[in-house]
Every structure is written in C-alpha cells, then in structure tokens.
Design a protein around this ligand. Structure first.
Ligand code: OOB
Length: 571
C-alpha cells in the first residue's frame, strides 16, 4: 500500500500541524491484511483505485452540486455545502476532543442526517467509524468498543422507540478505553454533537491516505463473536462509482433509504453514498412500511429504493392501490436474503419500476442484475459481479471446481473484497483460502449467461429477513444459563421473514421453560433479532457420522413439525 495521501485542493485543513504521517495511517494498518502489492498495483493501473478518499467524495460533490439538496429527513433539508460544513465542524470538534487519525469510534445512529455528518467528519479525520446497527444492545456495543479499542461511542438519545441512555451508561462503565460518549440530539447526561467545541484551536490533521482503512463494517458472521471488516477508502470508493454507473444514477436521482443506513446495502450498493457521489438526493425514512415510504416517494419524487425480500409482499399489495403515488420510481432493488423467484416474477410483472436483484456482502463482492437484462434474467438470478476483476470460484467440499452449472461453495477475491477480518488471525485462516479467496459461506450456481443464483448456505447463520444471526453467538449465550446443558440454533421456515431461528436445547434443569430462556436472552442485552423465535427442548442432539451436531436433521425436524402444525390448523 504505497499510494501517497491525496487531498483534493480546497479540502479543509490540509497542513500537517504536528500530526505525523504514521498517525495519519499512512502505511500503518494494525490488524488488517493488505492486498498483495502486485494486485494492488494492478487495481491502481486499471483505474479502480484512484487515490481518492471518502472525505474527498464529499468535497468533490459539494464543489459540483454545492447548493443542491443532498439529504432530506422529515422537514430537515441539507444542501451539499451544509453537509460538508457540518462534517468539518464535527471533524474539528472531534479533533479538539483528542480523537486522532486511526482511532476507532463506534457509531450507532438511526436514519438521520447526523449519521452522514458524523461519518464524513470521521472520514476527514482519518478516524474509523465502526458501524453498529440501531438494533444492537449492550453485548454487541461493548464487544465492538472493546474489540476495536474504540475511544468514542456516538449514538442518539432515541434509536427507533428505544431510549439509549441506559445503553450509553452501560457501554461507558464496561469499556474503560471509551473516553467519550456523544449524543446526536438533546441529552442531560452526555455531551451532544451540537455542543462540540468548534475549536479553531484544534487544527485538522492531513487528509487520510486513500489506501488507509476508512471504517470497520460488521460481518453477519457465523462464529461466537461478531467480526469487523476493514474497508479502505480506495476500494470502497470504487464500488460506489461502479454501483452508481450500473444503477444509472445521475444528479437527478433520488434515493429513498428505508433499510438501516449503516448496512452495506443501503450505504453503498449504490445506496446513500453512491447517490451522494452522483449528486442526487438522499431521502431518509424511519421505516420501510408502504404507509411511510410511498408518501415519501410521492412527495420527494424518489427514483430508486432498496428493500429486503420480506418487505416485498406488502409493497406489492400496497402498490396495487397506490394510484400514481409511485410514478417517479424507476428502480426497485431487492437483496440481502433469498428472494423467492415466484415473488420476483410478480414484481417484474406487477410493480411499476424495474426490479434489480442485489446479492452482496459487507466483506466485499456485490452482484447486480443489470437494468437492461431480460425480465427472465432479472426474476430468476442474482446477477453478476460489479467488476471484471472480481474472481469467482465455485467449488465442492474439497475446494475443487464443480462442473459448469453445478451448485458449489462460492469463493471470491477481487478489487474490493477484504483479505482478512480485523484482528482475527485464527478465524482468517479458515475464512480465506491461502491464495486470498474469501469463503462466502453461500452455495451458488452460475448460469450460462454468467449470472449467479444463490441456492443455499453452508455457513452456520440464520438470515432473518436480511438480519443475520450467527448461530454460535446465540448458542454460547444460551449456554451461560445455568439450566442449559447444550444448545443448537437452526433456521426454520417463516412465511414473512423467510427464516426465523429455532433453538434446540438440552436442559440441565428440567423445570426450565422456553419463556425463561427468552427472558434470559433479552436480559443479557443482545439485539432483539437474535433472541430465539422458538425453543424446542430435547434429550439428545442427532449426530453426523463424525460426531458433530447434525443441524440439517434439526432443520428438517422443525420444518416438518411446523408443517404438521400448519396443516392441523388448516384442517
Ligand atoms: C448484505 O450483506 P451482509 O453482509 O449483511 O450479508 C451477506 C450475506 C450473503 O453472504 C448471503 O448469505 C446473504 O447475505 N445475501 C443473500 C442475498 N444478498 C445477501 N442471499 C440470497 N440472495 C441475495 N440477494 O446482505 C448485502 C450487502 C450489500 C448489498 C446487498 C446485500
């Protein structure tokens, strides 16, 4: 990683002011695995990595589109100039607090304008946001703070309906390294973003190197502790530019953000950052219900939005009664979880916008169906990768390529797929091949047109309507209950979310009830979506021939049980 720091002329605070190159993260990336130098050179030579940082993105966008509207949230409307000015004010304020380049800052905000001013401020400082989701609670937030050795935690007094003050107190008490807790909104207990010193005395460090890590994204994961994903400015900017091109974004585009803004799909595929790069408008919604979203689409003339599959049936039903409310909408993206091909066909036939399927992952690789693909391709595949340099291997259990068209494990590497998780050496040895391919854990096949179709999953994860639950994380949590001897979490079919979680539990205490365990899991402070949806008590687990818990058998058992119950209810 040899690129020199690149600051767009006119970017604020370009002089060094006592900050040294090492502090600015140039060539120093502890805990991160770099690309092999020859490949990095190739990606630069091909113009994929252009030496521009995500802070530069906003400076360039403000220069081109200054007084045009960048963000809309309720009655709040910020121009590009306002967003840039506010992010620089915050960057100076953060610097005055002593937040330095490469410091980690856990950011847990809703779909609100401050999410953007905060992350662009951190990008400008070269400090790394760690993207927590609004649903995360004490266990996740304290884990992120500790694992990333965060110096600050930025949250909002209310996250959805949740009062986050207690969570903020708990995080501060549990994480001695956390020097600052800041609130985006009024608070009696914590300093607020509005109250940050606008210290002219605190100069900004030089702009970060584009080759440096820009932020830590969360992995859906399949292991006991959630992993962090280091993404660099250079490669992330590449995905934004290309995603914006693939989705035909222009400065006339308006994107409605209904998914959590911190999630990779909503952030960059092309998401809010892709739209800001194109000079369009980002409209922030509190939720994805048609009641909220359709009115915003009409009022703001939204042209593109992104959904998880579980929202699609209600959108389809509401669209049939929506009159010309959706007249401006050109593209409806759907991704993040398995999308039933029959439902996809209905969208293609009935919904008044072009469907685009998106199959991506926070670790990198993103596939899109293209806007001009045939309706058949759009409805029946998850598209193909962003980059001609995305390398795809589809292999059997022994890492040998499967025959064309056969289903196998998807491995990938390329100009924006990470080479390792943050500070996770042992896990990296399993999650990546020796030659740097990421083992996605997805089972796919490739069509003769070169599109990927997701056929299943080998990783031990539950995809709950796009929210990922790592089985082991929940199993370990349940096993901390004194009445539990062993636990195995598997997916069970759900008509609305696609999948829900079912915990099979071997009890130590015969009096233990499902409701006790659910209460225990809630009380332990995990995100609600990780609390098992259903609990089955058993005496033993079925085993595979090598003596592992046979999760496939458990999945079949609960699926059959549900089917029997459903037919009994219907009969
Ligand atoms: C997106 O990112 P993550 O990191 O929350 O989850 C990635 C995983 C994939 O490995 C796959 O198992 C599943 O989510 N997934 C899909 C899918 N899109 C993602 N499974 C089936 N069909 C799809 N279309 O979910 C994400 C990141 C960027 C863009 C879009 C989604």
């Amino acid at each position: 990683m040899s690129a020199m720091p690149h600051a767009v002329p006119g970017a604020d605070g370009a002089d060094v002011n006592g900050w040294d190159a090492e502090a600015a993260g140039i060539g120093c990336q502890p805990g991160c695995t770099p690309w092999p130098p020859a490949l990095a050179e190739r990606y630069r030579a091909l113009g994929y990595w252009r030496g521009e940082s995500l802070a530069d993105l906003l400076v360039m966008a403000a220069r081109r589109h200054g007084e045009r509207i960048a963000l809309v949230a309720g009655e709040v409307r910020w121009s590009y100039n306002q967003l840039l000015a506010e992010s620089l004010r915050l960057a100076r304020g953060f610097a005055a607090l002593g937040i330095r380049p490469q410091d980690r800052v856990v950011v847990q905000l809703g779909n609100q304008p401050e999410f953007f001013s905060v992350i662009f401020a951190l990008f400008r400082l070269g400090a790394l946001p760690v993207f927590a989701l609004p649903a995360h609670r004490r266990l996740e937030i304290t884990h992120f703070c500790r694992h990333a050795q965060a110096v600050a935690y930025i949250t909002a007094p209310r996250l959805g309906g949740f009062d986050s003050h207690a969570l903020a107190h708990q995080a501060r008490a549990a994480c001695p390294g956390l020097r600052h807790v800041l609130m985006a909104g009024d608070s009696d207990c914590f300093p607020t973003l509005r109250g940050l010193p606008s210290a002219a005395v605190a100069p900004l460090p030089p702009a970060p190197a584009a080759s440096a890590v820009a932020f830590l994204q969360l992995s859906g994961g399949s292991t006991g502790t959630p992993k962090l994903i280091p993404r660099t400015h250079d490669e992330y900017f590449y995905t934004l530019r290309e995603s914006a091109r693939i989705c035909a974004l222009t400065d006339q585009s308006t994107y409605l953000c209904v998914l959590p803004a911190a999630h990779n799909f909503a952030l960059s595929s092309p998401g809010t950052l892709g739209v800001l790069w194109a000079g369009g408008v980002v409209v922030l919604a509190d939720d994805g219900s048609p009641g909220t979203a359709f009115e915003l689409i009409r009022r703001e003339c939204v042209t593109i939005t992104a959904l998880v599959p579980s929202l699609v049936p209600v959108w389809l039903a509401a669209a049939a009664r929506a009159g010309d409310q959706l007249a401006s909408l050109q593209v409806l993206q759907v991704g993040g979880a398995r999308f039933d091909p029959q439902l996809a066909r209905r969208v293609v036939q009935e919904f008044p916008a072009v469907l685009q399927q998106v199959f991506g992952m926070a670790e990198g690789l993103v596939n899109y169906t293209r806007l001009d693909d045939s309706p058949r391709r759009i409805a029946s595949t998850q598209g193909h990768p962003i980059s001609p340099d995305d390398e795809i291997r589809i292999v059997d259990d022994d890492d040998q390529p499967v025959a064309d068209g056969e289903i196998g494990h998807l491995l990938t590497r390329g100009p924006y797929t990470i080479r390792g998780y943050y500070h996770a050496e042992a896990h990296n040895a399993r999650a990546f091949t020796p030659d740097g391919y990421y083992r996605t854990g997805d089972m796919v096949r490739r069509t003769t047109d070169g599109d990927l179709v997701v056929e299943g999953r080998a990783k031990d994860q539950i995809n709950r309507g796009g929210e990922k639950v790592a089985a082991e994380e929940v199993e370990l949590l349940l096993m901390t209950h004194p009445g539990v001897h062993d636990a195995a979490l598997v997916a069970m079919p759900d008509a609305h979310l696609g999948e829900k979680s079912c915990a099979f539990v071997i009890r130590r205490d015969p009096a233990l009830r499902a409701v006790d365990l659910v209460r225990f899991a809630r009380g332990a402070g995990v995100a609600d979506f990780k609390v098992p949806d259903h609990i089955e008590f058993v005496d033993v687990f079925p085993q595979t021939p090598v003596g592992k818990i046979d999760k496939r058998a458990l999945r079949v058992r609960i699926a059959e049980q549900l089917q029997t119950t459903n037919s009994a209810l219907q009969g």
